[in-house]
Design a protein around this ligand. Structure first.
Ligand code: CU
Length: 375
């Protein structure tokens, strides 16, 4: 067998925060030891990339964003055992080493190796596998860079998925679904019959609503500033919708819960104001879970005495506090069993060339979830 050679791919490259992504041809190096090269089939248009694109979260550049998706293994490097050429995969946007204390504790999203890859934009060995036409190395976003028709990734950043799961469904599950459903089942661990409020009915928030429906929450109150989100939220299981531009959401939530507040609140936007509102909407003994990603320098103000006198809990969750290697497959089965809705999440599809347009539509609040589809 001849060793794999570099491939020319089409990718969306970010050279400077605040500027549009540049669609261009890049060279994708063959996979080294413990690496694979993936032919991308679908990539999710997620808000977290927008933080990097807009400069809210500083990253070294140039970089190819994109962290959700699905694809096919095009080639494998030496020593790769968990996948073979032709396998369908989903990328894992926080690769984990499998050996550190976080990994051993079942919290792979906190793995130091994955954290370093995410913030430095590198492979585990600290180098890069993309080059532009001028020969400049390009960084990897979260080790996966799904906004490229081909990408080299560590084996630790891919999971083999069943071929019965479509590429579109796999891409939806790989970030929005696992993060939202996991926030409910793994981070909050809600109980049947509880009341919940969700701030933000976007890609994550809709899946928090869906997770709460699956866990038989009694009241599911969605809060957003776009009336267009109401239909999406109700379809996923919301029992109430509050437009927080028209009404104070804290008072509205209290009104719906006999003046007490909700058992669990979720913040899926990434703004200090909505984190404060989510915390203030809690009933005594309630738990507020934050999954939204704020600007790097953001601070929020909460009444700390309520942590004691009201026994409130404020906690965060990354990747839904799930174990993607296992839980992505479980979620695929839940869809097959008719318990997890996926088609209802997908409102728009685009070609990679339309990526800037896709992000503009996301910012205008027009979409539930959108995907880039590769040929
Ligand atoms: Cu995402």
């Amino acid at each position: 067998m001849t060793p794999p050679a570099p491939i020319i791919a089409t990718a969306a490259v970010l050279y400077e925060a605040g500027k549009p992504l540049s669609i261009e041809e890049v060279e994708v190096m063959p996979p080294g030891r413990g690496e694979v090269r993936v032919k991308m089939k679908a990539a999710g248009v997620c808000h977290s990339d927008l933080h990097v694109i807009k400069g809210d979260l500083a990253m070294p550049m140039p970089i190819i964003p994109g962290h959700e998706g699905s694809g096919v293994i095009e080639s494998i490097g030496e020593g790769v055992t968990s996948v073979k050429v032709g396998d369908h995969i989903s990328p894992i946007w926080r690769a984990s080493c499998g050996q550190c204390d976080f990994c051993m504790a079942g919290r792979p999203a906190l793995c130091d190796m994955g954290t370093r890859m995410r913030f430095e934009g590198v492979m585990p060995d600290g180098t890069m596998r993309f080059r532009n036409s001028a020969g400049t190395p390009i960084r990897h976003y979260a080790g996966v860079s799904t906004f490229s028709s081909f990408a080299t990734m560590p084996e630790a950043a891919v999971v083999k998925i069943p071929e019965t799961c479509s590429f579109e469904h796999a891409a939806l599950i790989s970030c929005g679904v696992i993060t939202g459903v996991g926030a409910v089942t793994n981070a909050a661990r809600i109980h049947p019959g509880c009341t919940i409020a969700v701030f933000g009915a976007g890609g994550i928030g809709l899946n928090i609503i869906q997770g709460a429906r699956m866990m038989s929450a009694r009241q599911i109150i969605a809060v957003d500033i776009h009336d267009t989100k109401e239909a999406h939220a109700r379809r996923m299981g919301a029992t109430h919708f509050i437009n927080s531009r028209d009404r104070d959401p804290i008072q509205a939530i209290k009104d719906l819960t006999g003046g007490r507040g909700v058992d669990f609140s979720f913040e899926a936007i990434g703004l200090p104001i909505t984190i404060e509102q989510a915390y203030d909407s809690l009933k005594k003994g309630g738990t507020c879970v934050v999954s939204g990603i704020c600007r790097a320098d953001a601070r929020a103000q909460i009444n700390v005495n309520q942590l004691v006198y009201a026994e409130k809990t404020l906690k965060g969750t990354l990747y839904g506090s799930m174990r993607p290697r296992v839980d992505l497959i479980t979620l695929m089965e839940l869809h097959q069993n008719g318990k997890l809705m996926l088609d209802e999440l997908l409102t728009h599809t685009y070609r990679l060339e339309q990526i800037n347009e896709a992000y503009e539509a996301l910012e205008r609040g027009e979409v539930a979830r959108s995907l880039i589809l590769f040929s």
